[in-house]
Design a protein around this ligand. Structure first.
Ligand SMILES: O=P(O)(O)O[C@H]1O[C@H](CO)[C@@H](O)[C@H]1O
Ligand SMILES: O=c1cc[nH]c(=O)[nH]1
Length: 235
């Protein structure tokens, strides 16, 4: 057991999907995996291991925000030796050319989180996706005919902020495609331990146009995102 994960060594596969919502972890395990076992219920942050197309793979909820995902990613790497980590999350679009239901592969993650500043002092470290995983996910998405976008996302330390549009318009001007809350931490911690990481994100709403997806649409596009992530992980 690690501090926040109630699994024994060996219970967790070397490849893992990481949704923010633990109930999305349950949905992924029940819908896409076979021979599933639940290895974690600590804090209701469900974790499951099963097989996908014959390959062993796990899925673990991370909670929302940098401090929460950082706990799970640190423990998954240091205590359970996980090698490939793919976040599967939702995001809000910032640029006009990104549409709701699009799937975004986060090539890098701009952030206002203090996490890297605590490590690098005055240097602005640029957290980046693993190129092999990014390429796999892009190829898989293309084969499926999905409208995939690749680029910079903003990992925000707060969901609600004063004068949000001022910042969001500036980020859009610099071609930051969308806002979410975890990718930067995943990429930085994975880099520290020389592991492969990627964030695959579904656009659930558009910050600029106000467009939103219905629950049914979110389900369908989440399925596209999950299958891209699963196929990229085993490719
Ligand atoms: O859908 P998830 O993976 O939780 O991701 C997004 O949704 C949450 C905010 O509603 C934040 O965690 C953000 O990153
Ligand atoms: O607008 C959004 C949508 C999902 N996640 C976020 O952080 N913001």
């Amino acid at each position: 057991m690690s501090t926040h994960i109630g699994a024994n060594k060996g219970d967790i596969a070397d490849k893992i999907l990481l949704p923010g919502d633990p109930l999305r972890a349950k949905y992924i395990a029940e819908t896409f995996l076979e021979d599933v076992t639940c290895y974690n219920e600590v804090r209701g942050m469900y974790g499951y291991t099963g097989t996908y197309k014959g390959e062993r793979i796990s899925v673990q909820g991370t909670g929302m925000g940098v401090p929460s995902i950082a706990i799970y990613v640190n423990e998954l790497i240091q205590e359970y030796d996980v090698q490939k980590l793919i976040r599967v999350g939702s995001c809000g679009a910032l640029t006009e050319d990104v549409k709701v239901r699009d799937v975004i592969l986060a090539q890098t993650a701009t952030t206002d989180s203090q996490m890297n500043r605590m490590v690098f002092g005055g240097v602005d470290y640029a957290p980046a996706a693993d190129f092999g995983l990014l390429k796999n996910a892009y190829d898989v998405g293309e084969e499926r005919g999905l409208n995939l976008r690749v680029g910079n996302v903003f990992t925000s330390d707060s969901f609600y902020r004063d004068n949000a549009m001022e910042l969001f318009n500036k980020l859009a001007e610099y071609n930051v495609l969308a806002v979410e809350m975890e990718a930067t931490a995943l990429y930085t911690i994975a880099a520290k331990y020389n592991r492969e990481a990627l964030a695959v994100l579904t656009v659930s709403d558009h910050i600029i146009t106000g467009e939103e997806t219905t629950a049914q649409e979110r389900q369908t596009t989440f399925n596209d995102m999950i299958e891209v992530a699963l196929d990229a992980a085993i490719k």
